[in-house]
Design a protein around this ligand. Structure first.
Ligand code: HEM
Length: 462
């Protein structure tokens, strides 16, 4: 199975003026006075989101004084993502904008967003990926080369390091990128920790007090912005124009044909590096966890790699033939999607699934809940990579597996990500098997992405 084989199709929405009979979605059960569903959502967001389909295809949630609409079926999440009546907006995006910038592609809407996507898209196209092969290979082997047999691996920092290094070296290639990638990975890990705290505990002014955690967050955020400025300034000063994403950004023109502003260039680099590292790093952590928890699949991956490479170091050219490895990656992403929650805002009064959605409504849905739903998957909680064999994958309902989303906000990096994830999984499985050590905690940490709390594995040679 490749993710591209789950094809988008536009199941449209309707103009509400033609449909006077439209109803509001039902209120989900279990709301309590004042807080509504808020407490349940905060206490156990994954269980809460996963149970909502019992209450309806679309349900209303009360979060304090606010009403939020939750979409619970694969078909309707596809319709939502593909409809022009919804845009990126809402409290999550507003808080991200405040920290990471307002002018990047991940938060822009309308003509600016379309223009920005046109600028960045060529760097992620399928035919651009082979150029990144050598860096991906080098980084995948450098990762396993750092580990000593029998050593305990701190999977959080190792996964972040390789994800950031690949994104930075492939997309912003240039001198000194090794040292910068290292700094970026340290900064981004601290920034994401802080953003997670601010998301789950919105304590406003308390985050301005000079506590060590706040100082660490502010330092990392400032250094992240400084680094991006340094990268841009150095490229400009060099006069070089390698064929990469940074050159595309520096050469981009706005709708009037004028060069885009400094702030937009800066925010674009941040907006690409930030989602590009946290998501891939979280997925690598889950892949390591899966290899430790399912030694039978680790063994199967190792055997496949050996038979495809003939015992040589795995390379970019082998990735397409690594069917089982790829299915292990997809299945890990199904059960533990890095992006577990997505939001939209209705730009107009509209209709979805036969319900009326008022202009300005915030909509939420959870790829985690959709991808673990027993109505879409047999033995839905089992880790079963073979469910992605072509003869079985065809039974998966449309949009029941869209970890990169669909529509105009679809992740530009699906090919880039899948290639590096398969290559990394193959490289580490060829060399090591893993077991969790005392003190490792692989329970799910719900943050901006999903990842294990503190995964520590012993790497043992085969
Ligand atoms: C958007 C998932 C890796 C850059 C998205 C979205 C998803 C996603 C679901 C859509 C958000 C929405 O609909 O609101 C993932 C996953 C990844 C991954 C699961 C890896 C496992 C990356 C990488 C990069 C990247 C490596 C860049 C180097 C972006 C950007 C957007 C985005 C720039 C915003 C696109 C837009 O709004 O037009 N990603 N992503 N992602 N992703 Fe990824």
């Amino acid at each position: 199975m490749t993710l591209e084989s789950v094809k988008p199709e536009a199941p449209g929405t309707r103009d509400t003026s033609e449909a006077p009979e439209l109803r509001l979605p039902p209120l989900a059960g279990g709301a309590v006075p004042v807080l509504g569903h808020g407490l349940k959502l905060v206490r156990d967001p994954l269980a809460f989101m996963s149970a909502l389909r019992e209450h309806g295809d679309i349900v209303r949630l009360r979060l304090g004084p606010k009403t939020v609409y939750a979409v619970t079926t694969p078909a309707l999440t596809g319709a939502l993502a593909l409809s022009p009546d919804f845009k990126i907006d809402g409290p999550l995006w507003e808080s991200l904008e405040g920290l990471l910038g307002k002018e990047g592609v991940a938060t822009a809407n309308g003509p600016r967003h379309r223009r920005q996507r046109r600028t960045i898209q060529p760097a992620f196209r399928l035919d651009a990926i082979p150029d990144y092969g050598p860096v991906m290979e080098e980084e995948a082997h450098a990762l396993t080369g750092r580990w000593k047999p029998g050593e305990t691996i701190d999977c959080t920092s190792e996964s972040f390091r390789v994800a950031v290094r690949i994104a930075a070296r492939c997309l912003l290639r240039g001198d000194c990128m090794d040292e910068r990638a290292e700094r970026l990975s340290i900064d981004l890990a601290a920034v994401f920790r802080g953003m997670y705290r601010r998301m789950v505990m919105p304590l406003g002014p308390l985050y301005r007090l000079p506590f060590p955690a706040n100082r660490e967050f502010n330092r990392a955020l400032a250094d992240l912005h400084l680094l991006v400025d340094e990268i841009v300034a150095e490229r400009r000063a060099s006069g070089q124009k390698p064929d990469d994403l940074l050159t595309a950004l520096l050469e981009a023109k706005d709708d009037n044909g004028d060069p885009i502003g400094e702030q937009e260039i800066h925010d674009q680099v941040v907006a690409i590096l930030t989602p590009g590292s946290e998501t891939v790093a979280s997925t690598i952590m889950w892949l390591l966890q899966v290899l430790a928890e399912h030694p039978e699949h680790a063994e199967k991956v190792r055997t496949e790699v050996e038979s495809v490479t003939g015992g040589r170091p795995v390379g970019f050219e082998h990735v397409r033939a690594l069917r089982h490895t790829n299915n292990v990656v997809v299945e890990a992403m199904r059960l533990r999607p890095a992006v577990w929650i997505l939001t939209r805002r209705a730009v107009t009064d509209t209709e979805l699934g036969g319900y009326r959605i008022p202009a300005g409504a915030d909509i939420v849905y959870s790829p985690y809940a959709i991808q673990r739903d027993g109505r879409s998957y047999a033995r839905h909680l089992d880790f079963d990579p073979d469910r992605w064999l072509p003869e079985r994958a065809k039974d998966v309902p449309k949009y029941a597996m869209s970890p990169f989303s669909v529509g105009n906000r679809k992740c530009p990096s699906d090919h880039f990500s899948m290639t590096q994830l398969s290559l990394i999984t193959a490289a580490i499985s060829a060399k090591y098997r893993f077991e969790q050590v005392d003190g490792s905690n692989d329970s799910t940490r719900v943050g901006i992405t999903l990842r294990p709390h503190d995964l520590r594995l012993r790497a043992m040679p085969w």
